[in-house]
Write a protein that binds this ligand. Structure first.
Ligand SMILES: *Cc1c(COP(=O)(O)O)cnc(C)c1O
Length: 456
């Protein structure tokens, strides 16, 4: 065999062996970041004119670099929004890469896009949006929110009076940072409804009524949150939907984190009103067990998204040709060339069935409730508020903010757990508290009690 080919076979086997090992290893070591200089000193020059060879590069990755990352699927990684991709989805992520599918246009990606769309139909069915509603997979919630905001703004600007107007959106202080940051991208102003719990219809109404005439003319959308990232709080979606309808405003629901809970029979009623949204963001890479990165944006009227996002170009004309007719994901969000990133979700859904997904989401909710019970029984800690979705906020009696910081670092340093504090506002006062967010169905009661005990 030719030497290069031989090396390639070896390499492939090594990589597959590693991937299989990682997929079947339920709890790899909790890694820790290192300074760039330290990493550089450990691995040396890796990009050289002649190359250092696959074996060496992979060895450095396995022995040094991967250890400077935190496996987000660790059962005691309960910080931020963790993730827990199914083994099926991870395996199929490899297949997605190996298949080299261009996911922008049906002409090139038909078979892959077909699969994405089958998974998308399930996702849309969870929302209860009317017939004709549809969506596409994006790189994440940020890109999904941006795609929706552009669509809303372009739709608003169809009115000639709005063409040169700077838009205004209303959202809550509990909304995700990406909403505020994407508003900068589209250069529109954001008005925050101050909330400690959910954004209510009354509070929204009050804010709208407080606008002057010029502001009211610029207002085109309301962004509600279907599960705040910090505390799992769901806004009054039904009430807000009614106001948006009456005021002729675009109603976007950011359910990037919470959207997975639509698959749970017990949690679904909390989202009452989401079926009236103009657009919805859901991140399968958060609570629908997909590998990074996979978000989704769903529209009640996808045609409006197409009017806003469809790209024209002479070299793209061919894609509009006869045999290429079909759904073009690039027409509905901001990205042109795209990975068929919904494919791993499709495979995993096809393999396990949708009931398994409902079960796994319910596990997260169950773990949050269990943590609530353990906290109530534990002498050192108390709940800050009842668990919501899979988020639990609690305080260690007597602790100052720096105590939470030390505790987080200590647990992480020891490779034991990653649980981070957050801030939560009650009666106008911010308090530093501890926070759990459960995604991984393999987290056990023992993991939770050990973490609580670590606050002694
Ligand atoms: C995580 C999150 C986002 C951002 O999603 P990315 O996938 O990180 O871009 C937006 N909104 C909410 C509510 C989120 O929880």
């Amino acid at each position: 065999m030719h030497k290069v080919d031989f090396e390639m076979v070896e390499m492939t086997l090594d990589v597959m062996k590693y991937a299989i090992g990682r997929i079947t290893h339920p709890a790899p070591e909790l890694g820790k970041p290192k300074k760039e200089e330290e990493l550089k000193a450990l691995v040396g020059e890796t990009i050289t004119p002649d190359g250092i060879g696959g074996e060496r590069a992979f060895q450095l990755f396995k022995e040094v670099l991967i250890k400077a990352t935190i496996p987000i699927d660790h059962p005691r990684h309960l910080a931020f929004v963790p993730a827990s991709p199914t083994r099926a989805a991870v395996m199929f992520d490899l297949v997605t890469s190996a298949s080299s599918i261009h996911g922008a246009y049906w002409m090139e990606g038909a078979g892959g896009i077909f699969c994405e769309n089958e998974a998308m139909k399930w996702l849309v069915s969870l929302t209860g949006l009317p017939k004709g509603s549809f969506g596409v997979f994006t790189s994440g919630g940020t890109a999904a929110n941006l795609s929706a905001m552009v669509t809303a703004r372009e739709n608003w600007r169809k009115n000639p009076g709005n063409v040169n107007r700077k838009g205004l959106i209303i959202t809550s202080s509990g909304a995700h940072s990406s909403v505020k940051s994407m508003a900068k991208v589209i250069d529109c102003d954001v008005l925050l409804v101050e909330t400690e719990e959910q954004m209510t219809a009354e509070a929204l109404c009050e804010t709208i009524n407080s606008l002057d005439a010029q502001q009211r003319d610029r207002l085109f959308a309301v962004v509600a949150t279907g599960g705040t990232t910090n505390a799992g709080i769901i806004d009054d979606l039904f009430g807000i939907a009614e106001i948006c309808e009456a005021e002729n405003l675009w109603f976007h629901v950011d359910a990037a984190y919470g959207g997975g809970a639509l698959a749970s029979k017990s949690a679904r009623p909390l989202f009452h009103g989401i079926e009236k949204a103009d657009s919805i963001t859901i991140d399968p890479h958060k609570w629908l067990f997909s590998p990074y990165d996979c978000g989704a944006i769903i529209y009640k009227n996808p045609e409006l998204a197409k009017e806003a996002h469809s790209q024209e170009g002479s070299y793209l004309e061919i894609f509009k040709d006869e045999g290429a007719h079909g759904f073009n994901p690039s027409d509905y969000q901001i990205q042109l060339t795209r990975r068929v990133r919904g494919l791993p979700l499709w495979f995993s859904l096809a393999m396990h069935g949708t009931d398994k997904y409902s079960w796994a989401v319910d596990q997260g909710i169950g773990l949050a409730n269990l943590a609530g019970e353990l906290i109530n029984k534990h002498p050192l800690v108390e709940l800050v508020r009842e668990p919501s979705l899979s988020c639990v906020l609690f305080r260690r009696k007597g602790w100052l903010p720096q105590d939470y910081t030390h505790w987080t670092y200590k647990n992480h340093r020891e490779g034991f757990a990653l649980v981070t504090p957050t801030k939560y506002k009650q009666k106008g006062v911010y308090e530093t508290v501890a926070r759990f967010c459960f995604i991984n169905p393999d987290t056990k009661e023992k993991d939770i009690s050990m973490i609580l005990d670590s606050m002694a």
